[in-house]
Design a protein around this ligand. Structure first.
Ligand code: NDP
Length: 276
């Protein structure tokens, strides 16, 4: 039997009218400042997709691009100016940053009330502790919304999260704990990955390793959420061997068209939450 596709693109598009309505309810145009250091092609493409979505729902994106040679002090000054600018509702410092800049020092300059990525130490503590009303990083929120849309409950289920990064794996694991799943987090030092994934009801993969999860890692009835976005021979693929597992499992996200669109949707839901 072929798996049901968890369609992130359709879910995102269906959410647009409600977002437009929320934006129209404000007496101001919500503003998201995106600060980009350097000219990485993947970063530029993520920013383009945010701008396209912002245009659709009536939000303003202010894109500030500074050269790779920008110093940490200069970058922090830009963040501070946006903190002080009352017309700016949210600030993103696009990661990764050049090696000479300390990520945490820059991120922690963002006012928590404008931290739409939920990466400042204050906000990390909020979502790690499962505080009511905490802003969750967009990918974790997107996975949550997508599972809900398809009536997939995490409550009492065994969830295996593969990847433990600060931006993706950890917030997803925190989201699963918040939903009362029984959570295992795997990483590059997990000795027998298949042993862990075969024990799961839901597998969420965020490693950046194309094809890491294959037929031998999955079994019938499982839900597979593939967060990975990798470019292989000019084609976008996930961390899951989609063709190898799609006949075996119950639900699966495609790449592209799965978690990616949900992340963009969730980022703007976070922005509107900050504005309220
Ligand atoms: P990182 O490189 O920061 O983290 C990767 C994680 O995967 C690490 O925890 C690492 O383990 C783990 N890992 C690496 N190799 C293996 C392995 N062989 N077995 C098990 N675990 C392994 O990546 P990110 O978390 O930032 O991103 C992960 C993927 O998600 C990327 O493809 C990225 O492009 C994508 N992404 C997609 C988004 C979306 O909206 N769909 C949004 C953001 C990211 P260890 O900690 O031990 O090193």
């Amino acid at each position: 039997m072929t798996a049901i596709i968890l369609d992130g693109k359709k879910t995102r598009d269906e959410a647009i009218p409600a977002l437009i309505k929320r934006v129209k309810g404000f007496s101001f145009v919500p503003v998201m400042t995106i600060i980009q250091v350097g000219e990485r092609a993947d970063t530029a493409s993520y920013i383009r997709s945010k701008k396209t979505f912002a245009d659709k729902i009536g939000v303003e994106v202010r894109h500030i691009q500074v050269p790779e040679i920008t110093t940490q002090t200069e970058l922090i000054d830009i963040v501070k100016k946006n903190n002080e600018d009352s017309s700016v509702n949210s600030i993103i410092v696009q990661l990764p940053l050049p090696a000479n800049i300390d990520r945490d020092s820059v991120i922690d300059t963002i006012l928590p009330s404008k931290d739409v990525d939920a990466l400042t130490a204050f906000n990390v503590k909020q979502w790690s502790d499962g505080q009511f009303g905490a802003i969750l990083p967009a990918t974790a929120r997107g996975v949550h919304t997508l599972l809900k849309k398809y009536n997939i409950s995490l409550n009492g289920k065994k969830a295996v999260v593969v990847g433990r990064s600060a931006l993706v794996g950890k917030p997803i694991a925190a989201m699963c704990i918040g939903e009362k799943a029984i959570v295992t987090v795997c990483h590059s030092k997990t000795p027998d990955l298949a042993k862990e994934t075969l024990n799961a009801d839901i597998i969420i993969v965020a490693t950046g390793k194309p094809g890491l999860i294959s037929a031998e890692h999955v079994k019938a009835g499982q839900v597979i959420v593939d967060v990975g976005i990798n470019s292989v021979a000019g084609k976008l693929v996930g961390d899951v061997d989609f063709d190898g597992v799609v006949e075996k499992v119950a639900f699966i996200t495609p790449v592209p068209g799965g978690v990616g669109p949900m992340t963009v949707l969730s980022l703007f839901e976070n922005l509107l939450d900050l504005c309220e």
